[in-house]
Ligand binder design. Sequence first.
Ligand code: CMC
Length: 436
Amino acid sequence: MATNTLTITDNRTGRSYEVPVADGTIRAIDLRQIKVDDEDFGLMSYDPAFLNTASTRSSITYIDGDRGILRYGGYPIEQLAEESTYLETAYLLVHGELPTEAALAGWTQEITHHTLVHENVKHLMEGFRYDAHPMGMLISVVAALSTFYPEASTVDDPEVRAAQAVRLIAKVPTIAAWSYRHTRGLPYVYPENELGFTANFLSMMFRMAEPRYEAHPALERALEVLFILHADHEQNCSANAMRAIGSSKVDPYSALAGAAAALYGPLHGGANEAVLKMLAEIGHLQEVPGFIERVKKGEGRLMGFGHRVYKNYDPRAKIIKQVADEVFEVTGRNPLLDIALELEKIALEDEYFVSRKLYPNVDFYSGLIYEALGLPVAMFPVMFAIPRTAGWLAQWLEGADDQEQKIARPRQLYVGAKERDFVPLEQRAGRELVAV
Ligand code: CMC
């Protein structure tokens, strides 16, 4: 008769242990009882980079990496990209259900009325160097928001948490757009309440002297879809950062700045920037095979390829490829697209990439779309951070309500020196210097 337990035999002692199996997992803490003697700390699991460790229970986003499935709250990403809006999707992530008509109207009204930032935020941004990276500005200014909302540190109060979630979803696009205006030396454009979330963002980005910025409807919708696709992705590097920082009960502005910093790296949200740089460096179609050969020799990576979880294809990449076609119909074809298509074609047939299950990820084509929308490469990670704000907040809110969560604090395997006596400075001459 099958039981939901795992029997472990410790061959060091010959003893057996039975630990419960629930939801296809054992609890790592159940290993602690396994000891060779009373002095032993107990068995731990060693899992650098969390390759096989579930850090939380979550009902926000579901991914089946082998089958290329992504769902928010059970809804397939393909349907959301087709039928939803970013704000509706953000509501779904934060509240766990699609809103009713009245709830969506209320949510939209709330977000819209929190898009303005304190004038001191503007002055703070004006203090950055003219060529400051917009992502560095976004990270710093989001952290600085905590000084404007000191009540946000009362994180045990659900109402306070909800209010900061609204503020962040509303204000991040304003800060993001202003970071772009700053690098262009353009005056900052204030949000307009009559515009929708995406149209308002485009207006804050691109409005010049005209009384109203009219975004092309196809481009506005394309951005809406990109925002939906980027809104959450379960326990990725930045979501994990958001939860880990949030677990110390710091305010959400500080936690979200940390999450955004994690996103900035080229292996995560910085990949779209890295893809464009890579395509520009390759430069010509005839250089593609040589580039692929260099990647296979380990001289760099094919950016925008591969994923920790998706080992079949990234469903977001499929949708993005379609969006790219729609955008290029309006803006004209990006010449780098041909290089991207050729890279994809060769890589998908090449044994190196096939055997490692490396497929295009969300970032392979998103940069080309952003470029077609007129955005400089440095803005690409910012474009990822805007929609991911909803996902980070959803993860943070879920963590705050989770009775099983405590401050995130992994164990380590110490491999440094054993106890030794301090050596006075004058006696250290001739000893090998250890690089610091
Ligand atoms: N180009 C060439 N080889 C690769 C690539 C790549 N893009 N990605 C993985 N590999 C190889 C890697 O060298 C290794 O080969 P071997 O077994 O011979 O050592 C094997 O594939 C497994 O790679 P890994 O580094 O162990 O895989 P990982 O799960 O730790 O890394 C990844 C996932 C996304 C960091 C990685 O695929 C990568 O660096 N991709 C390029 C950066 C990128 O596009 N990132 C965006 C991810 S999607 C957006 C997001 O959610 O943030």
